[in-house]
Design a binder for this molecule. Sequence first.
Ligand SMILES: Cc1ncc(COP(=O)(O)O)c(C=O)c1O
Length: 386
Amino acid sequence: MKFPKKLSDKSKIIYLNHCGVSPLYQGAVDAGHFFAKKHHALGINIFSKYGQILDLLHKAVASFLSTKDSNISFIRNTAEGLSMIAESFPFKKGDEIISYEHEYPSNHYPWLLQTRKGVKLILLKNSVLNKKKISENIAHLWSLEDLERAITKKTRIIALSHVQFTSGFSANLKRLGNICKNRNIFLIVDAAQSMGAMPLYPEKWNISAITSSGWKWLMGPIGSGLLYTSPNLRDNLSFTMAGADLMKQGENYLDHKWQPYKDGRRFEYSTPSYELAYQLLACFNDIFNKYSIEKIYKQIVNLQHIFLKEIDVKLFYPIEFPPEHSSCILSMISNRNPIHIAHDALESNNLCISARENYVRIGIHFYNTPEKVKKAAKILNRLGAK
Ligand SMILES: Cc1ncc(COP(=O)(O)O)c(C=O)c1O
């Protein structure tokens, strides 16, 4: 796979921390400069010249997710998307939400807040991998059996991450989607740790909503996020956030009739950051709509295998899942404190990885090279033995 020049990393740092924050893609840096200069030169006229940016972004993301533009919204972060859905869902007292006890806060608190309405939040307990002895009791994962047991007639929503941010355990979204379809449950997916790295097909897989931040695997700007919603989910939601951009009357600001958009624009309630949207658009135009996401993920898995061949498993205990549950995050248990390892890796060795809970997390994106990941493993072997 050949990548454009802007992707070949010229910095000295070996960057394996896409599960934390991505370096901003160079094409997005250029797009940001371009937009800021135009804003400087044009003032309010930036809107007439470049006001179509959100339409273009909707189109680009829709093409990436194989859906319609009208199902896409530009938002600020994962928590904003999940909060808008959770708050506007027509919960009745006694309704149930199923999630997992180790979800990232963005996919926990919006659901926890619903308990004040008498809704029950059921958190799946940590599970173990049957056959994989090495992962027992240390991998963060939930089981489909537990999930199916937790479903009742009152279950309205299942809210899970595509990829668990700690262990890298990935959900089989196709199977989850089927379970939800047969029982009339809305499947809401936090894809902050997969969008841009792994295939995601909301319509084929019966997913009602997908949210993601833009600055991890999508390589976009901090403070940008995306939301996919199905028309069926939107039909069920009321409104929590409201502003001028929600309304069909546009700039007739003193026409206060309630005429909200019914499509994804209903979540873009007021003035967004066009500059960040333009930067994120560059990521889709240059990368994610240019290379197939299947090939991107295959390349990530290849690079992970190269890394795993080099790493000393006596020092770093890799949490390896079967292919249907593995992901773009490779987590390992280390002898030394993961925070100290991540610190030493960056400070003295120009290697950026991350530490979360008990894990050393490796987030290799597709543009890395076999040489770089081999070098990273060698550095870690040295640091792990310290
Ligand atoms: C699973 C998951 N969801 C969401 C986020 C980010 O949330 P937000 O976009 O609300 O900052 C992260 C960041 O680490 C994450 O790992």
